[in-house]
Design a protein around this ligand. Structure first.
Ligand code: HEC
Length: 149
């Protein structure tokens, strides 16, 4: 039985469209960017291993709040951490990181008190924020909800 030329044509069209879609998809990032990307991931999948505030920000917050802390407006709003009067309260910021906030996931179970303090102090002293008071790991421990302890 000879195949119906119409089916053959349809199959060829599907193949051609697939190849075209592959050609126009985003090219992989250049090699030197892969190290940068990997550095944003933790070595331990359940806990963040970074201890520095800047590294923690890059690994945990930047994806949603952006490199410059200005947030993003899209399908879901990611509020800015720059020029945001709520950053005045170190307890508010550390509390949001520990317990999450509405649509934002919590990080308390993945970060130590020291790590939460480091990223809180980093956010409050970068992106144009200049709050002189810092939060200590002991203060973070007091803010932790009981299930994290
Ligand atoms: C998966 C995305 C995501 C990540 C990662 C994330 N956030 Fe958020 N964050 C949000 C969203 C969404 C909101 C807004 C929640 C709402 O109001 O519904 C938010 C809100 C906040 C707020 C409250 C701002 C305000 O004006 O009400 C603070 C503070 C904050 N995030 C800090 C952080 C910090 C610090 C980190 C890193 C430790 C972080 N976020 C990581 C998505 C994220």
């Amino acid at each position: 039985m000879t195949p119906n030329p119409l089916y053959l044509f349809a199959a060829l069209t599907v193949l051609a469209t697939g190849a075209l879609a592959q050609q126009t998809s985003t090219p992989p990032p250049p090699a030197q960017d892969i190290d940068t990307l990997l550095s944003r991931f933790s070595d331990d999948p359940d806990h963040f291993t970074q201890t520095d505030g800047a590294d923690l920000y890059r690994a945990t917050c930047q994806a949603c709040h952006m490199e410059d802390g200005r947030g993003a407006m899209g399908a879901g709003a990611h509020p800015p951490l720059a020029g945001n009067p709520k950053m005045r309260s170190k307890h508010f910021l550390a509390g949001v990181i520990l317990t999450g906030y509405h649509a934002m996931p919590r990080f308390g179970h993945m970060m130590s008190d020291d790590q939460v303090a480091a990223v809180t102090n980093y956010v409050r002293s970068h992106f144009g924020n200049d709050f002189p008071d810092v939060i200590t790991a002991a203060e973070v421990a007091d803010l932790r909800p009981p299930e994290d302890e």
